[in-house]
Design a protein around this ligand. Structure first.
Ligand code: ADP
Ligand code: MG
Length: 670
């Protein structure tokens, strides 16, 4: 078996299973090894009965001997199997529903471990549907953590774990690309240990060691790529510009006054682009703080100076929105923009026309998606590149776009609050500026943290808002059923809501497994008010602006990181009307409530991220994988800040040619 082999070389993986793996994005053996568990199950030492009795209502494991017979009765079409187990200190009864085979599984006088929720039963206790384990088998489980992978219909956790184990057992040596002295210096384990440890850790310590190594690698490779890019960087201002009257005119003509922070940031950008050095600026501002207008001003300055500008957005809907609003102000204020939209869904003819016009300089402003970075897009005189929602792009995409000009100015915008020190590490040679204050007329969003019993009220509230002509988002963590219990999925939820709401309420569905063009269609339909309630996974998170949406309902809010919830919430509260965000805590643990309450108290993304970090103990290793900043798999720039600093130091002292390319690490595994 080779690391680059297709997943179907694994024994037992037929066509059907392979198709399921594809759905999960796992196509090769390497993909499988990098398909890290979402979480881990742990099995605690079994307790004795008296101790168990102290923990009524909790999931526990008890050791007991089966006493007396196993009884079975039928009530209508339900088979109920009952029995009694005890140890020296007490006894409980067990009930199984529709599991008649239990009778042949357990024998009188034998010891077992039973795992389940302990419930009061008259004067005693009982367990319903407990897991039954042979004592030795259970002991083995206690000494390990069991991986739990994200699933999709048709594939079980057991299958994925089995495949992983098979691969790890059959793969020849896993060759490590990190030099030994580096590993020793930072106390990192070997790559082989790390891959084993992330899938099949024996305990928390091993898991932590494995994760640390893999996170370190992710950061290190990222930083090395950045270093290579920077070494070839020319900092001279090759696109000199001067401040222009058009910008002043636009600022004065706007229907609103720029906030003080917006003015400051704009002044900095104006100064940057007219200085001796090329601009590389990161503009951070919370969702809704008004970053777009700053970008437009920058583009206007570039265009008025005779350059072309390019603005890249992560989705077609967002690109289209930017394009429309720029066209609108171009007409209204008589601005020198000659804009064109370049997105994947244009007809071939329109695309060709756009590209020709860009190359000839007929268009001086290009707004688009990553379609902009394709090889055949050539600019005449590119002077400024703007990346909206920077964190959704890879560094490579930004660089490819930059290379389409001769060293153009760069402005990237992000709503992810990263401390300045971290930003410099992550983005390299970048000037960071922040828009802190929100436009003053903005009404704060009303927040509620509730449990699942509140749902009917929430639906009623949504209906009321829809009848007032507004729209609503409903966010579910999962795409479809079958992945995890008690976690809502968008597909079923949309179906359910269509049934609950009267017919005139149009319910839409959006998730990552929908094809790209269909996804764009749904988002446009929502933006155009042809959908009233949009049930979605977090794909909606990216910058879409639908000011008419006034409610956001988030199911299983406990499963999301606070920073992500804050981003999601930023989709509402963008218009005149008062907006509402309802966080449903699906498991009702106090710890989660406490965390979610932070969102009620604060509307400041920086503060929220900091509080979130404080509450996430190191034990929550995989609790939250954060908003996908830089698309790291495991790494989280907040939680893993100390590893990031280690990787930074290592990247400065390392000879990159020694490392090999992460993309090609399969070559390094013999
Ligand atoms: P984001 O920073 O999330 O990209 P946008 O730039 O999309 O936010 O701005 C959100 C909304 O706020 C837009 O409708 C924009 O026109 C409006 N806006 C921007 N600046 C101001 C301001 N100074 N006063 C009032 N409204 C503003
Ligand atoms: Mg934006």
């Amino acid at each position: 078996m080779q690391i680059s082999d297709s997943i179907s070389v694994i024994k037992g993986v037929g066509e059907k299973t392979a198709a399921c793996f594809y759905k999960l994005g796992v196509e090769s053996v390497k993909d499988l090894l990098e398909y890290y568990p979402a979480t881990y199950d742990s099995f605690e030492e079994p307790v004795c009965m008296t101790e168990a009795f102290q923990r009524s209502g909790q999931i526990i494991s008890v050791r007991g001997i089966l006493v007396g017979k196993v009884f079975m009765k039928k009530v209508r079409n339900l088979t109920i199997t009952t029995c009694k187990v005890r140890d020296e200190s007490g006894a409980i009864s067990l009930t199984f529903f529709n599991m008649p085979y239990v009778r042949n599984m357990i024998k009188e006088g034998q010891w077992y471990v039973f795992k389940g929720t302990l419930l009061p039963n008259g004067s005693g206790f009982k367990m319903e549907q407990p897991g039954v384990f042979n004592v030795l088998e259970y002991e083995k489980l206690v000494q390990s953590l069991q991986p739990r992978y994200h699933l999709t219909k048709g594939i079980s956790n057991k299958t994925i774990a089995k495949c992983c184990r098979q691969v790890l057992d059959t793969l020849p040596v896993i060759n490590d690309y990190l030099p030994d002295n580096l590993k020793a210096k930072y106390g990192l384990c070997s790559l082989k240990e790390a891959i084993w440890g992330i899938h099949f850790p024996t305990d928390e310590d091993e898991l932590k060691r494995a994760a640390t190594r893999l996170v370190f690698d992710e950061f290190l490779f990222f930083l090395c790529r950045l270093k290579i890019a920077q070494e070839s960087e020319n900092r001279e201002n090759s696109c000199p510009m001067i401040p222009v009257a058009d910008c002043r005119r636009l600022i004065e003509g706007l229907p609103f006054r720029l906030t003080e922070d917006q003015i400051n940031v704009w002044n900095m950008i104006e100064a940057d682009m007219s200085s001796d050095c090329i601009m590389n600026r990161l503009i951070q501002g919370d969702v809704g703080s008004g970053k777009t207008i700053i970008a437009i001003l920058g583009l206007l300055m570039a265009v008025a100076n005779g350059y072309q500008g390019a603005m890249m957005a992560p989705t077609e809907v967002l690109a289209r929105q930017h394009y429309e609003s720029i066209r609108e102000i171009t007409d209204r204020y008589g601005l020198p923009f000659r804009p064109v939209l370049l997105i994947g869904s244009l007809t071939a003819k329109n695309k060709r026309e756009a590209k020709l016009g860009i190359e000839a300089g007929t268009y001086n402003l290009v707004i688009g998606t990553h379609a902009l970075v394709q090889g055949d897009v050539k600019f005449d005189r590119l002077g400024l590149v703007v990346c909206d929602e920077q964190h959704k792009f890879g560094v490579n995409q930004r660089e490819t776009l930059m290379n389409k000009g001769i060293n153009p100015h760069v402005m990237v915008m992000s709503a992810t609050p990263i401390p300045r020190t971290l930003a410099v590490v992550l983005y390299g040679n970048v000037q960071v500026c922040v828009i802190k204050t929100m436009p003053s007329e903005r009404k704060p969003i009303k927040n509620a943290v509730v449990d699942v019993t509140y749902r009917p009220k929430a639906y009623e509230f949504i209906l009321k808002q829809v009848r007032m002509g507004h729209q609503a988002y409903v966010i579910c963590p999962l795409v479809e059923a079958g992945e995890m219990e008690n976690v809502e999925n968008a597909v079923d939820y949309a179906r359910k809501l269509s049934g609950i709401f009267p017919e005139e309420v149009r319910v839409g569905l959006l998730h990552g497994q929908i094809k790209a063009d269909k996804k764009e269609q749904v988002m446009s339909a929502f933006a155009d008010r042809n959908i009233d309630v949009l049930v979605s996974t977090t794909v909606i998170e990216v910058g879409i602006n639908v000011p008419n949406a006034t409610v956001m309902l988030i199911e299983n809010a406990e499963r999301f990181g606070l920073a992500q919830l804050h981003q999601l919430r930023g989709r509402v509260g963008r218009g005149e009307a008062l907006s509402y965000c309802i966080f449903i805590n699906g498991n009702n643990k106090n710890k989660d409530n406490e965390r979610l309450e932070i969102l009620k108290k604060s509307n400041d993304g920086f503060e929220i991220a900091a509080e979130d970090l404080k509450l996430r103990g190191p034990g929550d290793l995989f609790g939250i994988r954060q908003s996908g900043e830089m698309n790291f798999r495991l790494a989280d720039v907040f939680r893993d800040a100390s590893i990031l600093m280690m990787a930074k130091e290592a990247s400065e002292n390392i000879d990159i040619t020694e490392l090999g390319d992460k993309e090609k690490w399969e070559r390094l595994l013999l």
